[in-house]
Design a protein around this ligand. Structure first.
Ligand code: NAI
Length: 327
């Protein structure tokens, strides 16, 4: 398993690369960034784990060398938010960064599983799909928007109502997109079931939808979530790797192109969105089956979903448009 981290020198990239280097399922780790990869690579190379590590900068065909032969490319490249910014404000810069990295994927490792972390995920994943389509190598089963941080936050924040010692033992499907109101935690589908007092529901939901703002505010201009995101990104990547290696029954919410995944057509019809995050069963081919839990939402959650559809549709079109009619 050769894994590339593209944006490896950044706030997310460094701890994510550390977790990848320590993971016994990774044989070869390839770090790519426009700055500082020699230092990050030298540092991580002293860790006595199985993964062989190499680092590249754009010069001397660096992207080609980094990406060739990759089985998985994880992309946390691009600028993060500062206080007062929405994820959509990042579009101007990050759209082009993601487009160019995906062009590299299409050229040098078209068979790789691609995990997009760069924001706005609601638009960068459609951008990635369009670029791959344009190059004739789009496999919807292998393109994932990483929304795991929303799931991790929901598990953590609901703990006060579950009484569980280990918050990760409560499964909360968080669906929709990855920004503000497009993030929809389906508390009614929690496993095991959890009873949230009705007067606490709005605050808890809001905290999951806007939890990223807490970190942006606390960092006070120094960026957004990096350590919790590296944890979440690694958790998702590890699940994909385990499924690829044959472990069955792994299900995790992720933002996918629904018409390309089994079970996705029905969800696309119901939501009116071609890209959407739902719990997806993972297998050796990538996304094996999208689980339709949209229809099981209760009335409270249906209202949240309505707001999600309204916002998400525009984000998706903006991404597609960026590739079809470049500015
Ligand atoms: P950062 O600024 O610390 O790191 C970004 C890295 O990307 C830098 O090292 C930079 O040199 C690199 N980079 C820029 N252009 C590049 C290119 N063309 N090719 C390769 N590397 C390039 O930012 P941070 O905090 O690591 O965040 C990265 C992205 O992740 C942001 O867009 C942020 O909004 C997003 N994010 C996503 C989350 C999610 O849940 N999906 C959660 C938190 C952040």
């Amino acid at each position: 398993m050769k894994v590339v981290v593209a944006g490896a020198s950044g706030g997310i990239g460094q701890p994510l690369s550390l977790l990848m280097k320590a993971c016994p399922l990774v044989d070869h780790l390839s770090l790519y960034d426009v700055v500082n990869t020699p230092g990050v690579t030298a540092d991580l190379s002293h860790i006595s784990s199985v993964a062989k590590i190499e680092g590249f900068l754009p010069k001397d065909d660096g992207m080609k060398k980094a990406f060739t032969g990759a089985d998985m490319v994880v992309i946390p490249a691009g600028i993060p938010r500062k206080p007062g910014m929405t994820r959509d404000d990042l579009f101007k810069i990050n759209a082009g960064i993601v487009r160019d990295l995906i062009k590299g994927v299409a050229e040098f490792c078209p068979e790789a599983y691609v995990l997009v972390i760069s924001n706005p995920v609601n638009s960068t994943v459609p951008i990635a799909a369009e670029v791959l389509k344009g190059a004739g190598v789009f496999n919807p089963k292998k393109l994932f928007g990483v929304t795991t941080l929303d799931v991790v936050r929901a598990e953590t924040f609901v703990q006060e109502y579950t009484g569980e010692k280990d918050p990760s033992k409560t499964v909360i499907p968080v669906i929709g997109g990855h920004s503000g109101e497009t993030i929809v935690p389906l508390w009614s589908q929690a496993k095991p079931a959890v009873k949230i007092p009705e007067d606490k529901l709005d605050a808890l939901t809001h905290r999951v939808q806007f939890g990223g703002d807490e970190v942006v505010k606390a960092k006070d201009g120094a960026g957004s979530a990096t350590l919790s995101m590296a944890y979440a990104g690694f958790r998702f990547a590890e699940k994909v790797i385990k499924a690829v290696k044959g472990e069955s029954g792994i299900v995790e919410p992720t933002f996918v192109y629904l018409p390309g995944v089994e079970g996705g057509d029905e969800i696309a019809k119901e939501t009116g969105c071609e890209f959407f995050s739902v719990p997806v069963e993972l297998g050796p081919e990538g996304a094996k089956k999208a689980h339709n839990i949209v229809s099981s939402a209760n009335d409270y959650e249906k209202k949240l979903l309505k707001a999600c559809y309204d916002g998400l549709g525009g984000n998706i079109s903006k991404g597609i448009e960026f590739v079809k009619n470049p500015p």
